[in-house]
Design a protein around this ligand. Structure first.
Ligand code: DX5
Ligand code: ZN
Length: 219
C-alpha cells in the first residue's frame, strides 16, 4: 500500500504558517491538508483562497489537498482552482449538482474527491465512480480538530475499498478526523491509504518522528 500522510494545517501555529508547512514537508509529509470552513455548513470559520495563494507561491511543488466544508461549494471550487489547489473535495450535500462540481474540478486538471460525513452513506458514491479520483471518509463530525476518532465509520471504508478492488478502479481512499498513533492502524486495515492528521502531528514536538511512526503503523 502506498501510504500518504497529510498534515492538516488547521492544527498548525498560524503565526508562522509558512514555516510550519516547511517543517512538516521536511519531516516527510506527502500532502498538505487545507480545511476550509464557512461558519454555515460547519460551525467554524478558517481560511480561504488568499492563504492558499500565499502558500502556493512559497511551495510551488507541494500537493495541497483542499477539503471544502462550505455551502454552496461551486464558486469556491473556481477560486481554489485559480490559486493552485492540487486536490479538491466537496461534501455532496453542499453541491447543487455534484456531477457538475466534480467535472469542473477535473476540467482544471485538479483531482476531484467527495467527502462522506459519518452519517452519510457510501451509497452516494455509486453514481459518481467515474467522476472522482478519491473519496474522503470523515471519522469525526467536521468542524474542529482534536476530536475523538469514530470507529463506526470503518465498515463504510471497507465497503468502499472492496468496491474499488472488485471494479479495479483508480480511486484513492482518504480518512480524516482523530487519526493518530492509536487509530491509524485500524483505519489502514479498513482500507484507507491517505491519512489526514492535524493535532497528532502539530501538537507533537518532533514532526519527523511522528510522521515516521504514523507511516509505519499504517504500512
Ligand atoms: C475536521 C477537519 C480535519 C481536522 C482533523 O473538520 O476536516 O481535517 O483538521 O484534525 P485532527 O487530526 O486533530 O482530528
Ligand atoms: Zn479535513
Amino acid at each position: 500500500m502506498n501510504v500518504k500522510i497529510a498534515p492538516s494545517i488547521l492544527a498548525a501555529d498560524f503565526t508562522q504558517l509558512g514555516d510550519e508547512v516547511q517543517s512538516v514537508l521536511d519531516a516527510g509529509a506527502d500532502l498538505i491538508h487545507f480545511d476550509v470552513m464557512d461558519n454555515h455548513f460547519v460551525p467554524n470559520l478558517t481560511f480561504g483562497p488568499p492563504v492558499l495563494k500565499a502558500l502556493r507561491k512559497r511551495f510551488p511543488e507541494t500537493a495541497f489537498d483542499v477539503h471544502l466544508m462550505v455551502e454552496p461549494a461551486e464558486r469556491l471550487v473556481e477560486e481554489f482552482g485559480d490559486v493552485g489547489a492540487s486536490m479538491i473535495s466537496v461534501h455532496p450535500e453542499t453541491c447543487e449538482d455534484v456531477h457538475a462540481t466534480l467535472a469542473s474540478v477535473r476540467a482544471r486538471g485538479i483531482q476531484a474527491g467527495i467527502v462522506l460525513n459519518p452519517d452519510v452513506s457510501d451509497d452516494v458514491v455509486s453514481t459518481l465512480w467515474d467522476e472522482l479520483d478519491y473519496v474522503l471518509v470523515m471519522s469525526v463530525k467536521p468542524g474542529f480538530g482534536g476530536q475523538a476518532f469514530m470507529p463506526e465509520v470503518l465498515p463504510k471504508l471497507t465497503r468502499l475499498r472492496d468496491r474499488i478492488r472488485s471494479d479495479a478502479r483508480d480511486v484513492m481512499l482518504e480518512i480524516d478526523g482523530g487519526i493518530g498513533a492509536t487509530t491509524i492502524r485500524q483505519a489502514a486495515q479498513a482500507g484507507a491509504e491517505v491519512f489526514v492528521a492535524g493535532s497528532a502531528i502539530f501538537n507533537a514536538t518532533d514532526y519527523g518522528a511522528t510522521i515516521a511512526e504514523l507511516r509505519s503503523l499504517a504500512a
